[in-house]
Structure formats: C-alpha cells, structure tokens
Design a protein around this ligand. Structure first.
Ligand code: ATP
Ligand code: MG
Length: 399
C-alpha cells in the first residue's frame, strides 16, 4: 500500500479494536487501482457516528445526519462515514434521511458506479462485489445495478458519469449511456449547486472535449443554467485545446464561446450560483482577454491586472488563438515584477497628502489625481517618492 492509506491504517485498526469493521472506500480505492494521485482517503465503518466519536478524542461533526464524522488523528484529518442505505428517494433526488446499517455490502450497493463501489481493508485486500476492478480495466463507467433505477433515484449521477468521462477518460457503458439518454430531463429536479460542482469538474478534466460531446449528444446541456438552445455555441468549445486551463479560465472560455455580452455575464454566472468573488474574477479575465484582442499589454494594464490575471488572460488568449503553451508569459510577468509599484497602497503619497497640498476636500478629483500618479509612476515619468510626486504634480498643474 501507499500513502495516504499507510498513515490511515492505525485509524482503521482503532475502529477494529473497538469491535467494528472499517474500510477504505470510494474514490480513493478507485484512484489507487488507476495509479492516480490520491488526495484523501474516505473511510467507511460499521460504527455509528456516536460510536466513532466515542473512539477518537478529536472529532468534528461535519455531516452527522449523513453519518459522517471528521476525525483528527496524528495531525491529519479523516472523514469517517457509517455504513448506510439511502432508504426511499424522493423527487429524483438524494434522500434527506439515511439509515445506518452494519453491513458493508449494502453500503457499497448504494454507491453510484461499480468503480466507486469497492472497499479495501487495512491489509490491502479488495472487496469488490460489483466487479469495479473489471470496469476499471475496461475503462468503463457502469452503474451498480440497473442504470434506469439508479438515475431515477438520484439524477445527479448522470452528471457524475459525464464528469468521470472528463476526469478519467473512461467511456460510459452502453446500458448506462442508454438510461442516461432517456432520463436526462430528471436533472430538472437537482439543485444547481450540486450540478455546478460536477460541471466544474467536467470543465477542468483532461478529457473535457469528450465529456462536452456527451453533454451535447445526450441533450444533457439543456438542463443546465443558460445552456439550453445553445448547442452550436457550446460546440465551439470543441475547437479549443483547453487542457491546463483552471476553473475560472474555463468559465471564461465558455462565456466567450457563448458570446455572452459583458452586461449579462453576472446574471449567467449567478444563475449557476457562483460566489461573487469568482464572478468578479471571471469578469476580469474576460475584460482583459477582450482588451488583449485589441492591443498588446500596456504597462498600466499589467499593473491593474496583477500577476494572477495576467497569467489567466494570457493562457486563455493563447488557447483562443490556437497557440500552444504560454511563451509570452514569462516576459510579461517579468515586466510586471519590475514595476515600481504593484498596488495603490505602495504609493508614497496618500489621499490625505493630496488634500493638504492642494488645500481641497475629498471628491472625484482625488481619485483622478491618484490614478494619474499611478500611471506616471508605472510609466516611469516620476519616481515613487513623496517629494518628487509633489513637484511633478505642481509642474503638471502649471501646464
Ligand atoms: P473525487 O476523486 O472527485 O472526490 P469520488 O469518487 O471520491 O471522486 P465523491 O463525490 O467524493 O467522489 O464521492 C465519494 C464516493 O461516494 C463515491 O466514490 C461514491 O462511492 C459515493 N457517491 C458520491 N456521490 C454519490 C451519488 N450521488 N450516488 C451514489 N453514490 C455516490
Ligand atoms: Mg472524494
């Protein structure tokens, strides 16, 4: 076995010593058999949340109604979830209430895909009642049991299937794909936040283009905010090699393909329930990409954008114009690094200084003057030195 499983073995051992069963489950076991980087291990146990909390001294209730307790052990944290079934599903969504059970197989049975329904004990023995390992070797995404039933229980699983296409470059097994094609309208019932989480993973996956093709072929895109009737424009995404773009850069590329006007970007992203900060970041990327189409970077734009936005803009611009790599970037970042100031607070003058020098109260003139000083400093017309700025301003006002 390898890390992070090795560090977690004592956690399983503790649960076993207390008389319970405990296994590694879910994505970490799948990724282990795929030789992929494993971010964190999920642990499933026959102990109830209350029993788990009795065994470990440091725990946090993070989703106790779903049976999940966060355990802090040896400076690391582990999500430990009690074996459960999901009882009756309502309105094609995940049930609110779950029942805890003592049996591993039943827990594995409620999981979405066979590759995600494997467990591994602390000695490395695999428990694989639904042939997940075979699915992995065939690179296939297949539901546990009837795809029709499983997608009707929780329609989000259809998006998860496409998300795994993007992340793992697997294909969707025939019956699973057939059920998906028939049942996509059920996605109407799914909370946008849950759809967004999967959609973002689709966007940043290595095999994004194949996943987008499936979204189009199955009509799934019609059940996503702002995408209905946009088949042609969504298809433009396929023209680009977007591997390596991050989440915000991908949102910006999508908006670019969809031709969303500047004033409608916020509404589009709000409909996806994106946080305000991310909406702003994406708007900024699109603003500078637009500008980049019109002209080379001006020094003042490098200053206003800052290194993260310069990077995102340049990456996306190069993808759009079909240039591989980002050769232009180091030079731009170097120019940025050499700027005499990086932000307004680096200025050697304050609004207070200006009001005193000109003996005037605050007002729009103050913002304009500060902007003028920033421009002059980044363009090396004046040094960032209080006295020199004062002299420069006086000569300007005499002109
Ligand atoms: P990732 O590596 O992206 O975290 P993951 O497979 O771990 O992928 P999670 O969303 O973290 O995905 O879910 C953990 C596990 O819980 C899955 O492997 C699967 O067994 C189960 N699971 C998650 N969502 C569902 C669902 N909607 N229906 C059934 N089982 C699910
Ligand atoms: Mg996971």
């Amino acid at each position: 076995m390898i890390e992070p499983f090795l560090s977690a073995i004592p956690v399983l051992k503790r649960l076993e010593d207390a008389g319970f069963e405990a296994y590694f489950v879910g994505g970490s076991v799948r990724d282990y058999f795929l030789n992929k980087q494993i971010s964190d291990v999920d642990i499933a146990t026959s102990a109830t949340p209350k029993e788990v909390k009795g065994i470990f001294s440091k725990t946090v209730d993070i989703g106790i109604e779903h049976g999940t307790v966060l355990v802090l052990f040896d400076h690391k944290s582990y999500e430990i979830t009690t074996f459960r079934t999901e009882g009756d599903y309502q309105d094609y969504r995940r049930p609110k209430e779950v029942s805890f059970i003592r049996n591993l197989n039943e827990d594995l049975q409620r999981r979405d895909f066979t590759m995600n329904a494997m467990a591994m004990d602390r000695t490395g023995t695999l428990i694989d009642p639904f042939n997940g390992q075979l699915a992995i070797s065939k690179e296939e995404i297949q539901t546990v049991g009837s795809a029709n039933d499983r997608f009707q229980e929780d329609a989000l699983r259809m998006m998860r299937a496409v998300r795994f296409v993007s992340q793992l470059s697997f294909s969707i097994e025939e019956e699973t794909l057939q059920a998906l094609t028939n049942l996509v309208p059920l996605l109407k019932n799914i909370a946008i936040e849950r759809k967004r989480a999967e959609f973002e993973k689709i966007l940043i996956g290595n095999n994004c283009n194949n996943a987008i093709k499936i979204l189009l072929e199955t009509n799934l895109f019609s059940y996503l905010p702002g995408l209905a009737n946009q088949e042609k424009l969504i298809g433009k995404l396929l023209d680009f090699d977007c591997v390596g773009l991050n989440k915000n850069e991908m949102w910006a590329l999508l908006l670019f393909c969809l031709n969303v006007k500047e004033e409608s970007i916020e509404d589009f992203l709000r409909n996806w329930r994106l946080p305000v900060k991310e909406i702003k970041d994406i708007q900024h990327i699109l603003f500078f990409v637009q500008k980049r189409f019109e002209q080379e970077w001006a020094v003042h734009d490098l200053y206003t954008a800052g290194s993260n936005l310069i990077t995102s803009t340049e990456k996306l611009y190069n993808v759009i114009i079909g240039l591989k790599g980002t050769e232009s970037l180091p030079n731009l970042l170097n120019l940025y690094q050499k700027l005499p100031i990086k932000q307004r607070s680096d200025l050697d003058v304050t609004g207070g200084d200006l009001m005193e020098w000109f003996n005037q109260k605050g007002g729009p003139w103050l913002k304009e003057t500060i902007f003028k000083i920033e421009q002059a400093i980044v363009n090396e017309k004046v040094e960032n030195d209080k006295q020199k700025i004062k002299e420069w301003l006086l000569t300007c006002s005499q002109k």
